[in-house]
Design a protein around this ligand. Structure first.
Ligand code: GRF
Length: 219
């Protein structure tokens, strides 16, 4: 039998995505173990969520490290100690340098609230609304040295209605995120999704477009 996938989850805030992953594990829907939660923000509510579920949680406060490299090094050390298979960024608000990313090459995932490559960076809901977009969405991708770039693994969209506020769009996005991260991780844990150095496969076929929730839920 395969060992559960070991996940180290990096957060900076509320941690609702972290919670969705913890719930999937606890409900038996995801054969994984959250082996560590690390926050750069000592006040992140996600730390409390981890503690509530008996998950080791650490703060590595970037403010204690005037040099970015020293922060990255401390982070790297903690992740290595957790012996994680994947590093899962879930609302982690620090930019990681390329040396850090290289040391976990193709093992760092990120969730971003837009239909990448549209709207990299911050305030994606606001920007979509200001541009009068009729749809918005969520992307999960492999992290590379470029911000919010890297191969797309999963994408889901939703319609923006004429009278939607930023909060409405955010709420629709979050609802999707909370389904997407557990579902994507499940396909990794089950060996359906395989990430190699140069290729990505889903059910033995090379991935030619981002997966959808439907792809990973249909058997
Ligand atoms: C999510 O919207 C995610 O897409 C973005 O940061 C937010 C984190 O939310 N990267 P939470 O901390 O998981 O509630």
């Amino acid at each position: 039998m395969k060992a559960p996938l070991r996940l180290c989850i990096l957060i900076s805030g509320n941690g609702s995505n972290l919670q969705s992953i913890i719930n999937a594990v606890e409900n038996g829907n995801l054969d994984a173990r959250v082996v560590a939660v690390i926050s750069n923000n000592p006040d992140a509510f996600g730390l409390t969520r981890a503690q509530n579920h008996g998950i080791p949680a650490w703060t590595i406060n970037h403010r204690d490290y005037p040099q970015r490299q020293a922060f990255d090094l401390a982070l790297k050390k903690q992740i290595n100690e957790s012996q994680a298979d994947f590093v899962v960024l879930a609302g982690f608000m620090r930019i990681l340098d390329s040396a850090f990313i290289q040391s976990f090459e193709r093992r760092i995932l990120n969730i971003h609230p837009s239909l990448l490559p549209r709207y990299k960076g911050l305030n994606t809901f606001q920007r979509a609304l200001e541009n009068g977009d009729s749809e918005h969405g969520v992307s999960i991708h492999l992290v590379t040295a470029e911000l919010d770039d890297g191969p797309l693994l999963m994408q889901e969209s939703f319609a923006i209605s004429k009278d939607d506020s930023i909060a409405d769009i955010q709420q629709k996005g979050h609802a999707l995120e909370h389904q997407m991260y557990p579902a994507l991780l499940r396909s990794l844990a089950e060996g359906e999704l395989i990430i190699e150095a140069h290729d990505i496969f889903f059910r033995k076929q090379a991935l030619t477009r981002p997966l959808t929730l439907q792809d990973v839920s249909s058997h």
